[in-house]
Design a protein around this ligand. Structure first.
Ligand code: COA
Length: 378
């Protein structure tokens, strides 16, 4: 916090500013702990499904009653309905990067504040992204199977094959792990939009736009590029030192809130190891990632002894999504598949309990009298 004017303090990046009360998630950056509506992430990741998590986060925020079974049915039905939008995908949309194509298609959905709108948005991300990816690869999109779980159907629509139980569990673990995370930039965006009275589709669209930046949800693709460029364990140290020496940041490291290892990295690493046991990902790739993590953390500690820079969620996300068959340019879009339920819950919480979000700025430009004297001088 620093003074910008007499009696006016500003916090650049709003660091440590509390802007909402929430029952949805708690990020303990000192202890490296994440609570998702009363449950520890360690207990949820690996056991809960996407549907369980949507129910957990949305419970009490809609007038309509909900159970795990009704939500699964509603999501399946909504996936089948929104698939009709794929017929209207044109060349202009297909020429965009996947996350922008997803944004363009989501913008066509009607707005609203009810459960139906929420379910439609959550279903749409899961249907649109695989279909867009297939169309961009000149392959036919695959229609949803309303009887499947959201994770199973997403993988089936992506690859055209029946996913294994371990693959479904891995995607569920990923979607659960990233479903909500305090007042991150995209969630704050969702709440700002909801605070004006705009509907859920508007909140989700705005949040997705905030997510795509490389400092937020855009990092996992570059993480994979980094691992590919490093290639072997013995090259890790030189590559990392040279990159940092050029003043570049290491993608997948550092976090505004976590001062210790990001607990989501462990949840994803566990899911990855289960896939490795099944042979979906090679052990040597996981081992390379572990070496890069260890060396990078040591070098970052050496260079920034007073700032703890550890691995974050994006690092193992990259390996997990790659192993599940998602192309790296789509990773930010897959993040949105999980985070949409969190954005929706926050938007509803803000709309029901909050006020219009309207902070102040401090004017530091010239005053009209200064401007006039400047013009006279010229
Ligand atoms: N690699 C190298 N240096 C890093 C770094 C990284 N990944 N993350 C932070 N730093 C350094 C910065 O260069 C800065 O150094 P300086 O004070 O000498 O300029 C210092 O640590 C503080 O960085 P700052 O940008 O103020 O921290 P922040 O809290 O605003 O940033 C992130 C948090 C996530 C944006 C940042 O750590 C980052 O850019 N990480 C890489 C991108 C990434 O993985 N994003 C996904 C987040 S889940």
């Amino acid at each position: 916090m620093f003074p910008v004017k007499e009696n006016v303090m500003m916090k650049n990046g709003l660091e440590d500013v509390v802007a909402a009360e929430t029952v949805l998630s708690d990020v303990d950056g000192e202890a490296g702990r994440l609570i998702i509506r009363g449950a520890s992430l360690d207990d949820l990741a690996g056991s809960a499904t996407f549907e369980d998590t949507a129910l957990r986060l949305w419970d009490g925020f809609f007038e309509e009653p909900m159970s795990a079974a009704t939500l699964k049915t509603a999501l399946g039905r909504a996936r089948a309905e929104v698939f009709a939008h794929i017929g209207a995908v044109d060349e202009a949309i297909l020429s965009l990067p996947p996350v922008d194509a997803l944004r363009a298609l989501l913008a066509r959905l009607p707005d609203g504040d009810d459960l139906r709108t929420a379910v439609r948005l959550a279903a749409a991300t899961a249907v649109f992204l695989p279909a867009l990816l297939r169309l961009q690869q000149n392959r036919l999109p695959i229609a949803p199977d309303a009887t499947l779980s959201q994770a199973a159907d997403t993988l089936r629509m992506l690859t055209g094959t029946t996913p294994s139980p371990a693959q479904i569990a891995a995607l569920d673990a990923y979607l659960v792990t990233i479903c909500d995370h305090g007042l991150n930039a995209s969630t704050f965006t969702s709440r700002v939009v909801a605070s004006t009275g705009a509907g859920l589709a508007s909140s989700v669209l705005a949040a997705l736009s905030a997510l795509k930046g490389p400092l937020h949800g855009g990092a996992p693709g570059p993480v994979l590029d980094m691992l590919d460029e490093i290639g072997t364990e013995s090259s890790a140290e030189t590559w990392l030192r040279e990159t940092l020496g050029r003043g570049e940041r290491l993608m997948g490291f550092g976090h505004r809130i976590y001062k210790v290892r990001d607990p989501r990295a462990d949840a994803l690493k566990a899911a990855l190891q289960r896939l490795a046991e099944e042979g979906t990902v090679t052990l040597s790739r996981v081992k390379l990632a572990e070496v890069v993590e260890r060396v990078a953390v040591a070098i970052l500690r050496e260079r920034k002894p007073d700032r703890r820079l550890d691995v974050n969620v994006e690092f193992y996300t990259a390996l997990l999504l790659d192993a599940l068959g998602f192309p790296r340019e789509s990773f930010t879009g897959v993040f949105a598949l999980g985070r949409t339920v969190g954005w929706i819950a926050h938007a509803r919480e803000q709309a029901m309990n909050g006020r219009l979000i309207r902070p102040r700025s401090v004017y530091v430009g010239p005053q009209p009298d200064q401007q006039r004297s400047l013009q006279r001088a010229v």
